[in-house]
Design a protein around this ligand. Structure first.
Ligand code: CUA
Length: 155
């Protein structure tokens, strides 16, 4: 009889733990849905139809594509001006790097990828609630690594 009790208790703990994780993600108002990628020629990045002038593109009523170039020591866009998206939008990020390997992490969420020259990291995020999210570079990329950051404003 005790075995069943312990089993039940363990189940309750597991379900509770999963619930905490789910709530934590929802509480942050952001959810990373998938992760895929592609390639891009770093030598002609400046002439690329998307990465040549990176930014936000509306693709549907509540959906956006965001193209980000990471370079020593800024995210374009994100660093000199925040990325702005409306609450409730689904945003697909396409992230690459112009020089060396960088990271792209939305602080406090599971949205996190490497920015690699020649490669495009793609992931989709749902921004449910208004708020501000920091972007951090989490790969050592040189002397300015520790100040390489940006901001996403969900309105
Ligand atoms: Cu860019 Cu560290």
């Amino acid at each position: 009889a005790y075995e069943k009790l312990w089993l039940a208790l363990a189940l309750v703990l597991i379900v509770g733990f999963i619930g905490t994780i789910t709530y934590g993600a929802a509480g942050a108002g952001i959810e990373m849905i998938d992760d895929e990628g592609g390639t891009v020629d770093p030598a002609t990045l400046d002439q690329h139809p998307k990465f040549g002038d990176p930014g936000i593109e509306r693709t549907g009523e509540n959906s956006y594509d965001v193209y980000v170039v990471a370079r020593q020591f800024v995210f374009e866009p994100g660093t000199t001006e925040p990325l702005r998206v409306p609450a409730g939008s689904t945003v697909t990020f396409h992230v690459t790097a112009a020089d060396v390997i960088h990271g792209f992490e939305v602080v406090g969420t599971n949205a996190n990828t490497m920015a690699i020259p020649g490669q495009v990291s793609e992931f989709t995020v749902q921004f449910e609630e208004a708020g501000e999210y920091g972007i951090l570079c989490n790969e050592y990329c040189g002397s300015g690594h520790h100040v390489m950051e940006g901001k996403i404003v969900v309105m």
